[in-house]
Design a binder for this molecule. Structure first.
Ligand code: C2E
Ligand code: MG
Ligand code: MG
Length: 565
C-alpha cells in the first residue's frame, strides 16, 4: 500500500509542479479531492460531487469524514493517516456514504503534497469508482456465506466467522444448537411454502432476541446454530430460555396460527471441545438429549454425555469386528398360540457379549449399527443364522415353527434386499413359509418405496409382521395397501393393560381391526397371567413374553420344541 517518497527539497518542488499538472489532467476524468493537513476539504472536482451527491459548497470546509460509511474499522483510517503523514502514498479501497445515504466504493490513491519544510500541507486523493465490481463481489460473497431463505449466515458463513472468533478467543464461547420440533409436520400439513415462511419468521424472531455481535446461522434444514462470544454457561442458558419462552407465541402465516418449539443443546468452547467440529457435535448431542426429554427444552453437554459418547465410539469400533470375533449370537423367544398353548414361532433376538463391557442390549447397539450402516452386514448375518437354525431343527425332526427376524429400515431400503433374502433361503434350504420378517411400524411412513419390496417378499412366500404396532401412527389405509400377515401389538399397551382402563379398549380395537383385515394378531411383552387371559378372551391369536418364556439360547429353546411323531 505504501510507496516511499524520499525526495530532496529541490526534487520536491519539481515533483509538486509535476503533480499539480497531473492533478489537472486527472481532474478531467477521475474523482479528485484535496484536503488540508487536518482533513478539511479544500477542493473537489465535479466527478467528486456527482458520486457523493453533495454540492461543492456543501463539501468545502467540511472534514472529509462527512463521507464516512462506518464500514471500515477505526484501524483502517489510523493506518491511512500514519502513512500519509509520513509522506508516503497510500492506496486502498474505501467504501463511502453519499448524501442520500447510498454507498459507493472508490479505489483511492492519496498523495501528500509537501511544503518548503518538507511537511505535508495538503493531501490530494485520486479515486476511481469501483462500485459495480464491489457490488458483484459482495453478491458472490453473500451467496457463498448467507442463507438465501432467511438472510442469516449459512454453514459456510458460520465456519468462516468461527475461524477468526475461535483463534482470538480468550474467554469461553457458547454454542447453542437449535432444532425445530416437528418441522416436518408443518411442511406436511401446510405445505413447503408455509414451511419456508416459518423458517424465515423463526430466524427473524431469533435475531431479535440475540444481540448483534453474536452469530446466528442456519446450519441445515430446520437446524440453527447461535454462537455467543465471550459467554458463560449461565448466559447461554438465559438465551436458550428466552428463545423457548418467545416461541410460546404462535407465528401467523397465511392466516394460520402456527405453534413451533425448539430443542436446544448447549456446549462451550474450549471446555467441551477444542475445535469447532467437536463443540458443534457436542451441542448437537445435547440437543438430541433435549429431544429425548420431550422436546421444547434445552440441555447442556455434560460429563455424562461425554462418557456416553466415548462409549458409543468405542462400541462402534468394536461392533465392526464383533461378527469376526464371534461375540454375537442369537436368542430365541417362543411365541404361543393363546388358544392351544402350542409353540407356533420363535423370534430371533440378537445378543452381543462384549469382551469388556459384558452383554450389551440391542436397544443400545442396534441404533448404533443403523447409524453406521453396520446393520447391513449384521442383519444379513442374523437372517442367515436364524434360517439355518430353523432348518436344522426341522431336519432334526422337530415340529416346524416359523422364525421371526427383525429387519431394519436400512436393510429394506437396499435395492438387493429381496434378492439377498431369496439367496439365504436357497443356501439354508429353509422353506420361505417358515420365515417371518418383522418391520417396525414407523417404517410404513416411507410407504411408496417399501410397498414394492414387501410385495416381492410376499411373492417369495415369506411372511411380514408389523412390529411395535400402535406407536408409529400408521393409518388404516396404509395397512390395507400392504400384503401383511401379522400385527404385533406394542409392549407398552400390554404393560399398561388393566381391564377397566383405556388401554384395554385400544387393545380390543387393534385386535378387532387386525382380525377384520385377516391379520394374525400377536401381543408381546406379556408378563402376567391376567394379561394373557385378557388377550385370549379378546381373541388375540398369539402371545409372546416373560410370562411364557424369556428369550432363550438355542439349546434351551430346543427343549421346548416338540418332536414330530
Ligand atoms: P422387539 O423386536 O420388539 O423385540 C422384543 C423385545 O422385547 C426384546 O428385547 C425382548 O427381549 C423383549 N421382551 C420380550 N418379552 C418381554 C416381556 O415380557 N417384558 C419385557 N419388558 N420385555 C420383553 P431385546 O431383545 O432387548 O430387543 C430389543 C429390540 O432390539 C427389539 O425389539 C428389536 O427391535 C431390536 N432387535 C433385536 N434383535 C434384532 C435384530 O437382529 N435385528 C434388528 N434390526 N433389530 C433387532
Ligand atoms: Mg421384533
Ligand atoms: Mg416389538
Amino acid at each position: 500500500m505504501e510507496k516511499s517518497l524520499d525526495y530532496t527539497l529541490n526534487e520536491l518542488s519539481a515533483k509538486n509542479a509535476e503533480l499539480k499538472s497531473m492533478k489537472y489532467a486527472l481532474d478531467q476524468s477521475s474523482i479528485v479531492g484535496i484536503t488540508d493537513a487536518k482533513g478539511t476539504i479544500t477542493y473537489v472536482n465535479d466527478t467528486f460531487c456527482n458520486i457523493s451527491k453533495y454540492s461543492r459548497e456543501e463539501l468545502i470546509g467540511k472534514n472529509h469524514n462527512i463521507l464516512n460509511s462506518h464500514y471500515h474499522p477505526r484501524e483502517f483510517f489510523v493506518d491511512m493517516w500514519r502513512t500519509i503523514t509520513k509522506k508516503k502514498v497510500w492506496k486502498g479501497e474505501i467504501k463511502n456514504k453519499a448524501k442520500d445515504g447510498s454507498y459507493y466504493w472508490v479505489d483511492t490513491t492519496i498523495v501528500p503534497f509537501l511544503n518548503g519544510q518538507g511537511k505535508p500541507y495538503e493531501y490530494v486523493s485520486i479515486r476511481t469508482d469501483i462500485t459495480p465490481q464491489k457490488k458483484a463481489q459482495e453478491e458472490v460473497y453473500h451467496l457463498a456465506y448467507y442463507d438465501l431463505l432467511t438472510g442469516i449466515l449459512n454453514r459456510n458463513g458460520l465456519y468462516k466467522s468461527l475461524e477468526k472468533l475461535l483463534k482470538n478467543a480468550d474467554e469461553e464461547v457458547a454454542f447453542l444448537f437449535l432444532d425445530l420440533d416437528r418441522f416436518k409436520s408443518v411442511n406436511d400439513t401446510f405445505g413447503h411454502k408455509t414451511g419456508d415462511e416459518l423458517l424465515r419468521a423463526v430466524a427473524e424472531r431469533m435475531s431479535e432476541l440475540v444481540e448483534r455481535d453474536h452469530i446466528i446461522s442456519r446450519y441445515a434444514g430446520d437446524e440453527f446454530i447461535i454462537v455467543l462470544r465471550k459467554s458463560s454457561q449461565e448466559e447461554a442458558v438465559e438465551i436458550a430460555q428466552k428463545i423457548i419462552n418467545s416461541f410460546s407465541i404462535p407465528f401467523i402465516l397465511s392466516d394460520e396460527e402456527i405453534y413451533t418449539t425448539f430443542s436446544i443443546g448447549i456446549s462451550l468452547y474450549p471446555s467441551d471441545g477444542a475445535s469447532k467440529e467437536t463443540v458443534i457435535k457436542n451441542a448437537d448431542n445435547a440437543m438430541y438429549l433435549a429431544k429425548k426429554k420431550g422436546k421444547n427444552n434445552y440441555q447442556l453437554f455434560t460429563n455424562k454425555l461425554k462418557e456416553q459418547n466415548k462409549r458409543k465410539s468405542i462400541l462402534e469400533k468394536n461392533l465392526r469386528k464383533a461378527i469376526k470375533y464371534e461375540e454375537l449370537h442369537l436368542n430365541y423367544q417362543p411365541q404361543f398360540d393363546l388358544e392351544t398353548k402350542k409353540i407356533v414361532g420363535l423370534e430371533a433376538l440378537l445378543r452381543w457379549n462384549h469382551p469388556t463391557y459384558g452383554p450389551i442390549s440391542p436397544g443400545e447397539f442396534i441404533p448404533l449399527a443403523e447409524e453406521t450402516n453396520l446393520i447391513l452386514p449384521l442383519g444379513k448375518w442374523v437372517l442367515e443364522q436364524a434360517c439355518q437354525q430353523n432348518k436344522k431343527w426341522q431336519d432334526e425332526g422337530y415340529e416346524p415353527v416359523h422364525i421371526a427376524v427383525n429387519v431394519s429400515v436400512k436393510q429394506l431400503q437396499q435395492f438387493d434386499f429381496v434378492a439377498s433374502v431369496s439367496q439365504i433361503l436357497q443356501k439354508t434350504g429353509l422353506n420361505p413359509k417358515y420365515l417371518e420378517l418383522e418391520i417396525t411400524e414407523s417404517i410404513l411412513q416411507d410407504l411408496a418405496c417399501l410397498k414394492h419390496s414387501i410385495k416381492k417378499l410376499r411373492a417369495l412366500g415369506v411372511s411380514i409382521a408389523i412390529d411395535d404396532f400402535g406407536t408409529g401412527y400408521s393409518s388404516l389405509s396404509v395397512l390395507y395397501q400392504l400384503p401383511i400377515n401379522s400385527l404385533k401389538i406394542d409392549q407398552s399397551f400390554v404393560r399398561n393393560l388393566n381391564s377397566t382402563n383405556r388401554t384395554s379398549a385400544i387393545i380390543k380395537t387393534i385386535i378387532d381391526m387386525g382380525r377384520n383385515l385377516n391379520f394374525y394378531v400377536v401381543a408381546e411383552g406379556i408378563e402376567y397371567e391376567d394379561q394373557s387371559l385378557f388377550l385370549r378372551e379378546n381373541h388375540c391369536h398369539i402371545g409372546q413374553g416373560y410370562y411364557f418364556s424369556h428369550p432363550l439360547s438355542s439349546h434351551e429353546v430346543q427343549k421346548m420344541l416338540v418332536k414330530r411323531h
